[in-house]
Design a protein around this ligand. Structure first.
Ligand code: ADP
Length: 186
């Protein structure tokens, strides 16, 4: 499997091709929607692979604090997954780019990393948030994703030592690999 990686502030950032449900990082991130009730795409795949315990915890979170706003993140156990935790975040729906989409996508990545760091996690895998059903152009989204992770790792001395982007198709993989190579050069 092709992997591209760089080191940033003593952490490893990698881009790889595959199914995020099989990752054995401490947490995998779910590109959820505000209901936290599951759905299609990566959200459906994570709930399917992880089993009902994840949805049960999501229901309790919504009962306690309501729907999860776009750009925020919460953590649950990983159920039957190899990952011990799932961090659920909600990326923006693409509405043309002038509705705060870039800021909300930055926030989805930052909040997910903050939740991981607050829980002392060492490694986190991300899917390509918002670029499936939510329609965010993957070229732009990949730059936001990679740059936001890099800034977080440079700014904060946290528990996070490894971040892996797990991409599901070749076009998405190529976009993230280019974005990461740009960072490595710069
Ligand atoms: P969003 O609603 O945030 O756009 P989607 O799940 O529709 O989320 O798509 C986000 C990305 O996740 C897309 O690139 C999609 O191909 C990818 N994806 C779907 N299933 C998986 C999976 N099992 N592992 C990793 N990525 C996946």
């Amino acid at each position: 499997m092709a992997t591209v990686e760089v080191n940033i502030s003593q952490s490893r950032v990698a881009v790889t091709w595959g199914d995020i449900t099989g990752q054995s990082t401490d947490a995998i991130v779910n590109a959820a929607n505000s209901s936290l009730m599951g759905g299609g795409g990566v959200d459906g795949a994570i709930h399917h692979a992880g089993g009902p315990a994840i949805l049960e915890e999501c229901k309790q979170i919504v009962a306690r604090q309501g729907r999860l706003p776009t750009g925020k993140a919460v953590i649950t156990g990983g159920g039957n997954l190899a990952a011990r935790f799932v961090i659920h975040t909600v990326g923006p729906v693409w509405r043309g780019g002038n509705s705060g989409e870039p800021e909300l996508l930055v926030s989805a990545y930052r909040e997910s990393l903050r939740v991981a760091a607050d829980n002392g996690l060492r490694s986190v895998s991300f899917p390509s948030i918002s670029t499936g059903a939510f329609g965010y152009p993957v070229g732009d989204a990949s730059k936001v994703a990679v740059n936001t992770v890099a800034s977080f790792l440079r700014e904060q001395d946290s528990s996070i030592k490894e971040v892996v982007f797990v991409l599901f198709d070749s076009a998405t993989f190529e976009a993230y690999a280019s974005a990461l190579e740009e960072i490595a050069d710069g």
